[in-house]
Design a protein around this ligand. Structure first.
Ligand SMILES: Cc1ncc(COP(=O)(O)O)c(C=O)c1O
Length: 365
């Protein structure tokens, strides 16, 4: 039997919600999206939600909203999905790559501080795989007069000291890709507590339109990153289940941690005591060089899908000439040794036991 890496938690509610929008014949961005934005922001304890077509477009929009321009530097972790840094280059600015922590997989305040120059305009920390950032990262913005744009593609529902990710940074960007905690197929959202940023992002994602004395005016060069009401209807149905989804994932993550505990050479993901990790991805670290790929091969033969963690940007062709600060050795180690195991509501205890037995046999033998 095939064991999928991820499965979206879709039920009748989503079908019904889409049907209602289709029947209304209003299919572009409208009231349903407004409600999804309001409710998602409320869920994150943030003042504003701005829906977009993806997290990638949300990140680009956020950079343009805070005014990142050609020549500016934006600090980005080297271990992330490449688009975190690509969008910096797409707005004409310079990504600056720094290393991440080997245990949390996230960038730290220390690494960011080492890379700050008088050209630094923003930092884009990534709360990777749903593991929240350390709080010091958010303080850097005020300390150095730079913007913090969090790539929280994976982190809907994660918390720090009981407070949801989405209200700590100047702008926080989420993804609703099917591998994420909740999904709209494709889609994204920015949350912010800053009224000016919210207004500007809303205008930029809607062709640069501004309402001036009741008239539509094209105030800036905008584009179209609007979210269709069809997708927002799915988002609203998903949002109602987000706590249940995180709970199911946490329970299964706990089972993995117990099953992997006694196996030498593999480290389950780190969870700090003051955070809630949403386990968007269950990413372990395989200590023995070369064994990650052997485990993947063996599991694949049994029909079990796995993944690497994510990418080491400086090894990818697009980032060869990009500025790097300090050693990027943790990022390289994680690129070669991080292993994502299947995690979703359909995964059974028996499947988890089988997966961990294979890992144990390979690492023990
Ligand atoms: C860390 C990170 N940032 C950004 C993205 C891009 O998200 P989207 O597919 O919604 O554009 C991803 C997608 O996997 C991601 O993992």
């Amino acid at each position: 039997m095939r064991v999928y890496l991820a499965r979206p938690y879709i039920g009748n509610e989503e079908f019904e919600a889409v049907k209602r929008v289709l029947e209304s014949k209003f299919l572009t961005e409208g009231e349903v999206t407004r409600e999804f934005e309001r409710r998602f922001a409320e869920y994150c304890d943030a003042k504003h939600g701005i829906a977009t077509t993806s997290c990638s477009t949300a990140l680009e929009l956020a950079l343009r909203t805070v005014g990142v321009k050609p020549g500016d530097e934006v600090i980005v972790p080297d271990f992330t999905y490449p688009v975190t840094a690509s969008v910096v280059a797409l707005v004409g600015a310079k990504p600056v790559l720094v290393d991440v922590d080997l245990n949390s997989y996230n960038v730290t305040a220390e690494r960011i501080e080492e890379a700050i120059t008088d050209r630094t305009k923003a930092v884009m920390p990534v709360s990777l795989f749903g593991n929240p950032l350390e709080k010091d990262v958010y303080k850097i913005g005020e300390e150095y007069g730079i913007y913090v744009i969090e790539d929280a593609a994976c982190s809907a529902g994660s918390t720090i000291d009981g407070k949801k990710v989405g209200s700590f940074a100047d702008m926080t960007c989420f993804s609703f890709h099917p591998r994420k905690i909740i999904t709209t197929g494709e889609g994204g959202m920015i949350t912010t507590n800053n009224d000016e940023f919210a207004e500007k992002a809303r205008s930029l994602k809607r062709f640069g339109i501004k309402n001036v004395n009741g008239q539509i005016r094209f105030a800036e060069f905008g584009t179209n990153y609007k979210m269709s009401d069809i997708l927002s209807a799915i988002g609203l149905a998903q949002l109602k289940k987000i706590e249940e989804i995180v709970k199911i994932r946490s329970e299964k993550a706990k089972i993995y941690a117990e099953l992997l505990e006694d196996i030498e050479g593999i480290r389950p993901p780190e969870v700090k005591p003051n955070v809630r990790h949403n386990f968007q991805s269950y990413v372990c670290y395989v200590e023995k060089e070369g064994m990650r790929d052997k485990i993947r091969q063996e599991l694949s033969k049994m029909g079990v899908e796995t993944q690497i963690g994510t990418y080491c940007l400086h090894l990818e062709p697009a980032f060869k000439k990009v500025k790097k600060v300090g050693s990027l050795e943790n990022s390289e180690k994680l690129f070669h040794n991080a292993l994502t195991l299947p995690l979703h509501h359909e995964l059974t205890l028996e499947q988890q036991e089988r997966i961990c037995k294979v890992i144990g046999d390979l690492l023990g033998g």
